[in-house]
Design a protein around this ligand. Sequence first.
Ligand code: ARG
Length: 565
Amino acid sequence: MDYKKYIAEKLSGLGVDTEEIEGAIAVPPDKNMGDYALPCFKFAKTMRKAPVMIANELCERFVCDDVISGVEAVNGYLNFKINREGLVKESLAKILSEGEGYGKSDVGDGKTVCIDYSSINIAKPFHIGHLSTTVIGGALYRIFKFLGYNTVGINHLGDYGTQFGKLIYAYKNWGRQKDVEEGGIKELTRLYVHYHEESEKNPAMDDEARRYFKLIEQGDEECNKLFNWFKEITLKDIDKIYRELDVTFDSYAGESFYIDKMQPVIDELNEKGLLKESDGARIVDLEDYNMPPCLILRSDGASIYATRDLAAALYRKNTYNFDKCLYVVAYQQNLHFKQIFKVLELMGKDWAKDMVHVSYGMVSLLDENGNQVAMSTRHGTVILLEDVLKKCHEKCLAVIESKNPDLEDKENIAKQVGTGAVIFAALSNSKIKDIAFSYDKILNFDGETGPYVQYTAARIKSVLRKGGQPSAYTVKDINEDEYQLISALSNFPDVVKASADKLEPFYVTRYAIEVASLFNKFYFNCKIIGEDKNTESFRLDICKATLTVISNALGLLGIKVPERM
Ligand code: ARG
């Protein structure tokens, strides 16, 4: 039952647009106020009346029925109470029959969303700074898919620049195939660092490196073979982490993919009179928009990051004809994306309005004493994501060893929980906030954490194993704990939609915590197994429905539900 729609339809013909009413109806934070509320100040203008009067009038004319059992006008709000038995029966039936599909929708049918996320740099370590883009992007990808959108996950690889000339130089002089194959990114980084040590003594090396880079651009066979191999090695290394975080991509078209697609953009900018000369460089002047100029070509004629992003945007529009194109990139690049979107707009691309920079804050790690662990690529103190995940796995395994040493399949469960904790922590706050996490905090089984939600799911699984199949029951005398839980479960589809609208996977994490705590409250207050048969069966169904919702929510975040914990 879509209560919002139902209420809106019942109010139709009262002088306000039904769809507008439906959009305005909300779930009040305080359940004592009712199950749904309609703020009437939104209609004051069109109805030319004070909100209090509108609410009073609507209230008088609203006729309650089997679905809506009560209505009240309070301070310009219209509060509705719904028939709890009706809601409980309907919600349980819907959740249990839809199962894995509960929360899905077809709002996105026929629409395409491109999501540029993770977008790693070739031959560079995958560190904790890459966590957010990877898991926020991964969650948005699954959420949009769940809502019926055609989703295109793009890993816009950082695979262009003189550093690849340097890497070729380093490999040719000091590298060995076997070492690179075995050492992966670590060995590539070592070669790169070694290059810098040597080139300080011998600056002429840089000319050689530039020559190699030019050769890549010109399509030289040997250089491209090496370059593609470096890419392969990097992606192979990182694929282990992608698998663990359950993220996938439909395209790995990175910066070098646009080498031959930049000239048409430059030509178009020129034709439209947007390209200006400035100290030998080519720029698009954005002074009228209070931004520094967008650099397109350096004075030596080389393209830059922005040039490739413009080419990429045009390519994506042409190839995927997206309705939305998202860029999940840290806030340090706010200006870059503002400039790119503005330049597209100035080029007359009306779809520039469909481009969104999904900006997010910094992630840092705290040590045992609560101090930030320093990270600096230059000083070689990167915190590798791989190491963070490994440490979480070890810590989870230690907890299991001490609390439940006979647990079957414990290594695997420790992995699921450790990884779940990291993903959940990265998605625990509004994405723009900076996150500082400590292992103890994110692994706390009693905190607002992934392990807490996973533990709740495992607890439900255990109840269901003991309880067996519920028999037929009638729904009556619903208590507050049961009602609050089921009512929360019935909100899941709305939560998923809202998280897509606001581009906030955090709505789903927050919701998962809410459901888990409502379940635990229900679990402590209400006996399940051993109650009279009718109650037992009803409560087992509540357990099943809760497990379905938690599994679906965690699934959208890329988190596994362990069998036991
Ligand atoms: N590789 C870039 C970086 O590490 C991020 C790329 C984001 N995507 C884009 N289309 N610019 O900063």
